[in-house]
Design a protein around this ligand. Sequence first.
Ligand code: NAD
Length: 459
Amino acid sequence: MNRFESILEKQREFFNTKITLSYDFRVKQLQILKNTILKYEKKILDSLYNDLKKSSFEAYVSEVGFTIAEIDFTIKNLKKWMKSSKHKTPLLFAPAKSEIVYEPLGSALIISPWNYPFQLLLTPLIASIAAGNSAILKPSELSPSVSKVLTEIIKESYKDEYISIIEGGVEETTELLKLNFDIIFFTGSTNVGKIVMEAASKNLTPVVLELGGKSPCIISENIDIKQSAKRVAWGKFLNAGQTCVAPDYLLIQKNIKNSFITELKNEIKNFFGDDIEKSPDYPRIITDRHFDRLNSFIDEKTVIFGGKSNKSSRYIMPTILESPDLDSKVMKEEIFGPILPIFEYDKIEDAIKFIKKFDKPLALYLFSKDKNLIDKVLKETTSGGVCINDTISHIATPYLPFGGVGASGMGSYHGKSGFDIFSHKKSVMKRGFFPEPDIKYPPYGDNFNKIKKLMRWFL
Ligand code: NAD
């Protein structure tokens, strides 16, 4: 017997008591989570500093504050989300009532990565609690300090039979993936996403895959150059580039290329000073293995800014590469670090063609004041999400679903879409015992022409 099976078994028994079905229970659990997070705030910020050298400001905004805002938003809206929605009934079946009822899926498995290790485990959990599920959580082993604090928070907040947390890496995840969950919510790399989906297929478990990819950023000529450069530098070097929706590479219209690069360099210095290694606001790379991988992307011949690193502290300076070879490693994989390749383009059609060489990305960024150009790019490209004239901000709103498409993932969450993805939308039609014509029942006789007409009129 798999060592985690008994936890799932207990969760099923607990779920079958139907206690998670009520609005009051769900809200109470969300409040418990919020209170425990507030109690542990300092420990959480310290753990994020330990694992990634995230400043308290960055850690609060992108992890703790983000999670609390999601809890507050969910509590505020949950009653409305849980209400069944009324729908029309075709005349053919009248009188009847039709509605969609939201019910929990059951037991969820939530697996998370190391880059935003706090919020990427708890934001899906918030949606899972809101939808009335029990859950087993598997944080990343590569951010061990955060994993430890998360374990304390979950153990203090909930009993194992409702929400349980299992620390560990590939071995533990592999065992968990053998179990028959009702939904698996995975955030991580495309390669591991494939492993998760294959494992889930054995039990026909639905999966949500929040993956990554090479998110392009187009800088057209019709922009405020300084403000655009600032917003690109922020989105790219936040968390030292270890952000799933960070701009992976830039495509700059050739007329403004030089002035944009000058501003980009200025903004990086404005953010982190002349000696970036000494900046308290610039994080480090998560492990030696990730450091080596990123360092191997830096080809000195293409470096026009940065390029320096320090293995002992896993520091990699914000680095800009000019036109690296498309066959080089930096353009063959998602970068996921502070290295920014830039390319120039002449016509927007060339930029769109360039983007289409790659898999469908998680995010696409476009800086432009030209409405027609914005419409063209929106129509002719596909990506999980789009942000015009900024980076990353589109994922920080609970009013828009966040998720990928194609190789960047499937399914989305944040706000109502998180509640939806963890719920089964059950279609219910309620009819009475009113008299009805017998036309739909056998023997059909010569009813064929009559039913054709009726279906046209009454459906
Ligand atoms: P990863 O896929 O290596 O690991 C994610 C999780 O899977 C971890 O909990 C890990 O323990 C587990 N895991 C790793 N290898 C496994 C295996 N062979 N079998 C079973 N489980 C395994 O990803 P990562 O390095 O932690 O995170 C980086 C990736 O995540 C990037 O590609 C990034 O774009 C993506 N990401 C996506 C989002 C999003 O919301 N779409 C957010 C953050 C990160």
